[in-house]
Design a protein around this ligand. Sequence first.
Ligand code: CA
Ligand code: CA
Ligand code: CA
Length: 442
Amino acid sequence: MSRALLRGLTLSILAWTLPVSAQPTYATQPGWELVLPEDPDGYSFLTAATAFPAATSRFVDGYWLAGRLLAAHGKKLFLQETFGLSDFAVVATLDANMDPSFVKVSPDGEWIAIGVGHGQPLHVAPASLLSTATPPNLSTHPAVSSFSANYYDAVFRDSRHLFINGGWGSGSGIYVLDTQAGPGAAILPLFDDIPGASAGLAFDHDGNLITGVGWGATRTGELRIVPAALIDAALAGETAISYEDDGLLLAHHVLSAAHLAVDAEGNLFVGGGDVFGSTGEFGYAALISSEVLGRVLDGGPPLDPDDDHELVRIAPDPCANDDTVSIVYVDAVEMAIVSANLASLPPNCAATDWSYGPTPVVAHFPPDAPDDDGDGIPNGMDPDHSPRQFLDQAYFSRFVDAFGATSDDPGFDPALDLDDDGAIGWGDYALVRDHWGAPRWR
Ligand SMILES: [Ca+2]
Ligand SMILES: [Ca+2]
Ligand SMILES: [Ca+2]
C-alpha cells in the first residue's frame, strides 16, 4: 500500500470515529442575577455594559479590574465593586447625558472606548484615569481623545485599533480608527457594502472578524465571518475587502445579530431581536457552536438553526417576549449575563415586552466555569472572589519575598515596583510605608 493511500485511509477512519459535536451548555441558578446601575442624576434609554478582560493587570483604588463590569448610564461610568452583587461605584463622569451605543475595553484592559450616543463624540480614555475617590470628567480631561464618527458598535482588535460599524437600513460599513493618531485621525474604511443596518462586531480567538446585518428587508440577523488574513492585508493597504465577496456566510436570521461575543471555547453569543421583522426571532439569546465557525472557515455550510448541537437558545425571561435581549460575556470568569425584563410573567405573558428601565440580567455559566474557592458558586457570582485589596500584611509579605529583585529576575513583579525604577527596593518600601493601609493602585 502506498503511503498516500495509507494516509487517506487513516484520515477517513478518523473522520468516521470523531465524536458527535458537543452542544455548548450554559446554565443558571436562582439568585444569579444583577441589576445594572443607573445614574440617579442623569438619563439614558439603557445602560451599556462591558467587562475588563482576563488579561487586565490594572487596579483602580484597590479593585483589580479583571472580570469587573464597567457600565455607562446618564452622565456616569460605573465599576462593579463586588462580584455577584449589583454594587457599583462611580469611576468617571461626563458633561452631558449619554445615550450610550457601546462601552468597550481593549484586550489588555488599558483603554476604554465610549460611543456616547447619536451625534455625540466617541471618547477613548486610558483606564488609568478611572477613580472611585476622584472620578475624572471624561468630557474635558486632556488625556481623553474624542472623535467625531458615525457608530453603532465597536470592538478593539488590539490596544490601538478600534473597529467600528455604522450606517442605516440602506447600507452600512466598517471602518478602523487608529486611536493613537489623535483627533482628525486616521480612519481606514474596511468595507461599506453591508446590505442593511449595522449588527454587532466581534473577533474570534484567531482574529477573524464577525459581523452581519442588524436590519435589512430579507437579511436581518445574517452573520458573516471575515478571515483574519484579509483583515491584516487590508490594514496593510494591500487589498480591499468586500462584505458580500469576502465575508463567509455563517448564519441566516439569528435575532438581529447584535451583542456579538466569542466565549472561551470559541462559541459565538448573539443577541438583539427581530421584533419589527418577519422572522419571529426575538425573546432569547443565541449561542452558536464553535464547530459551525470552524466549518464555515473551512468552506463548509452555514448554521443549521434546527440542529440543537449547533444553536442553543438561552431565555432567562420565562415569557421569552423581550423585544431585544442583550448579552455581556465576561471572559475572566467565563460568565454570560443575559437581560430579562420581567414586566409580564406566566401565565399572563404579553405578546411583546417593550419595557425598559433598570435592567435585570441573569448570569449563565458553562459547567467548568472557574470557582476558585470550590464552594459551588462560580467566581463571576461569588462575592468572595477578588475582593478589594489594600497595602496590607499580605501585600507586604510578597514585597519582602521579592525585595532586591530586578526586572531581569523571575521573582520580579511590576505590581511591587511602585516607583517604576525596574527593581524592588527601598524607594518602593518608602511608598508602601507612606501608603500603609490604603487601597492598592497596582
Ligand atoms: Ca419579558
Ligand atoms: Ca466560589
Ligand atoms: Ca522600585
